[in-house]
Design a protein around this ligand. Sequence first.
Ligand code: G3I
Length: 436
Amino acid sequence: MAMVLVTPASAGTTLGASAAEKGRYFGTAVAANKLSDSAYTTILNREFTMVTAENEMKIDATEPQQGQFRYSQADPIVNHARTHGMQVRGHTLAWHGQQPGWMQGMEGTALRTAMLNHVTQVVTHYRGQIYSWDVVNEAFADGNSGGRRDSNLQRTGNDWIEAAFRAARAADPGAKLCYNDYNTDNWTWAKTQGVYNMVRDFKARGVPIDCVGFQSHFNNDSPYVSNYRTTLSSFAALGVDVQITELDIQGAPANTYRSVVEDCLAVARCNGITVWGIRDSDSWRASQTPLLFNSNGSKKPAYDAVLAALNNGTTPPTTPPPTTTPPPTDPPPTTPPPGTGACTATVTVNQWTGGFVANVRVTAGSSALNGWTVTIALPSGATVTNAWSADRSGNTGTTNWTNVAYNGQVGAGQSTEFGFQANGTAGSLSPTCAAR
Ligand code: G3I
């Protein structure tokens, strides 16, 4: 019997477009020295909406000599991302690994001061350009202790992690701040529980943490397990976003890749998935052929499984249900909502006493955008103080936001973001979007 496969009308044909239809990104690690490889950039530009510098934002790359900051390795990656409408995850600010020689030899107060200065300088350099920062990377020990890893940073005092988060928040209040680690995928593992307890404690004490990154380097020693979804949803229930930040799977089994995507789609606060490289030959574990593309750039069965899972997944509600009873009838519409069908805008707010940062995501509908305008009505008392990645008119009441030169063109189903900081209270913002 002949079978006819029906593709939903809205199904995307690339990882990024399909993820965007589910309100998520799909990213990859990028190595700066591969940006001159056209086979590499062809896949990068076609498939991905988020980029992580594989090594170029690490401490040894950005501060090779103490106090001398160098962005010549990372900036080409950030510029490539921005000119192609991709967002950037910053990786990473405070880590025991890939420390420059001068830092490796440091301890105590001098190291604490140097680490905080590093966080402040690098986050300030990229202020307004980073979707989320891996502020602290791999601070927990493997094995059964559930405790911290010994390192020169840990020996500066147990509060080094929260100190790094506070410095990052002060330097860029618009970036999501993540804790990132590996071997934290299995809910039953002591390391997972150790990180969970830290995040719960941070949320209880108001330490500025917004997200947890799960590296998810799956292999025979640290395999994918079906409780992965429980892990993601349990962290999300603490009030943080979760992100899959460095995904690769030994042998790239299609079913396992599919499960990971389905798990992310099942958790409303799972923002997106980043794979740790494009082709197998780009992988830090090339011999395990763990990625979605063959070394010759062709799509593997795992790619097809990921795309299908993104297209078939259902979108869970991203906002909690209203706690008040809605009016019995909707008020009659006065004017039709602007730009219906052309684009949509959603907003994420980080509110603190007296101020907030809003990140606004603009997503194209079934046609590409050549420009966009977002309208946001601010409640009384809210005043915009600064903004990035959009031009605005008005800083109180009804504000209009239009694209800047580099982010007006948004492919069908793709997204871009802008943001602003304001005094006052955001309340619930309802942005509308129109094509220009
Ligand atoms: O660039 C030099 C080259 O000049 C030199 O000839 C060569 C000799 O070894 O080394 C090259 O640098 C290597 C660098 O990757 C660039 O390829 C380093 O030796 C090598 O150690 C480094 O490995 C990186 C690793 O982090 C180091 O910790 C991998 O590329 C990178 O994929 C990996 O990424 C980490 C994440 O940051 C954190 N989570 C785990 C993940 C995988 O280890």
